[in-house]
Design a protein around this ligand. Structure first.
Ligand SMILES: Cc1cc2nc3c(=O)[nH]c(=O)nc-3n(C[C@H](O)[C@H](O)[C@H](O)COP(=O)(O)O)c2cc1C
Length: 199
């Protein structure tokens, strides 16, 4: 299938088939895909946590608002986190990057406020989200990106020092009757004239 056809047929899954699990080799491939995500100056300020443990999924589900049943029924939940402190990024990640990256960071980003730098770090993790959702769609895996979760509770449950949760993604296989499938619920998108400009 061409990418445009995949873009039009992928969708946010609202109901998963709890009996279908993603196989271990595919999960390993998805981990590599995430590791290879692009980021500004190759900063990679992220952590991706793959969860299939049913007890932990249940705990996460309880603090996932309207996403509760998705988290319970899906095969895996992937939690996307960002380095919590700018100081940690500067001391631990930055020294691993080539000199030209450090020069750019020191000249363009470091003079900004801590809050602006944190926003920039988070943006890099969102790039990985787009990359991941597209990859999953190409591999026939259904997904739900979820900002609708209690971030502090996810952090409490997952206990990953130095990182904070930004969002999570359910990955698995749709229930065959999921009403959000584009065949049952056609996609809504703004018209091209509104969002595409050609000069
Ligand atoms: C960053 C982000 C967060 C989202 N959070 C949720 C969520 O918490 N729960 C949910 O059901 N869908 C969530 N969505 C799905 C969007 O509502 C969905 O992508 C949008 O309506 C377009 O529909 P489509 O993905 O089916 O094409 C999220 C999407 C993104 C990109």
């Amino acid at each position: 299938m061409s990418f445009i056809d995949i873009a039009k047929s992928r969708y946010t899954t609202k109901k998963y088939d709890p009996t279908r699990k993603i196989d271990a080799d595919t999960i390993e491939e998805l981990k590599e895909i995430l590791r290879f995500s692009p980021s500004s100056i190759n900063s990679q300020p992220w952590k991706f946590t793959f969860i299939s443990n049913e007890e932990i999924k249940k705990e996460l589900a309880k603090v996932s608002y309207h996403n509760e049943s998705k988290v319970n029924d899906t095969s895996h939940v992937v939690v996307f986190s960002v380095v919590k402190e700018v100081k940690d990024f500067e001391e631990k990640n930055l020294p691993l990057l080539p000199e030209r990256a450090t020069l750019y960071y020191n000249r363009v980003l470091k003079p900004k406020s801590v809050s602006e730098i944190k926003t920039w770090l988070s943006c890099q993790v969102y790039v990985a989200l787009g990359y991941f959702l597209s990859a999953c769609a190409c591999m026939g895996i259904d997904t739900t990106a979820m900002e609708g979760i209690q971030l502090d509770e996810y952090d409490r449950i997952l206990q990953d020092d130095g990182y904070r949760t930004l969002f999570a993604v359910c990955i698995g296989f749709r229930d065959k009757d999921d009403e959000n499938q584009p065949t049952l619920n056609p996609k809504f998108r703004l018209d091209a004239e509104k969002v595409i400009r050609t000069i």
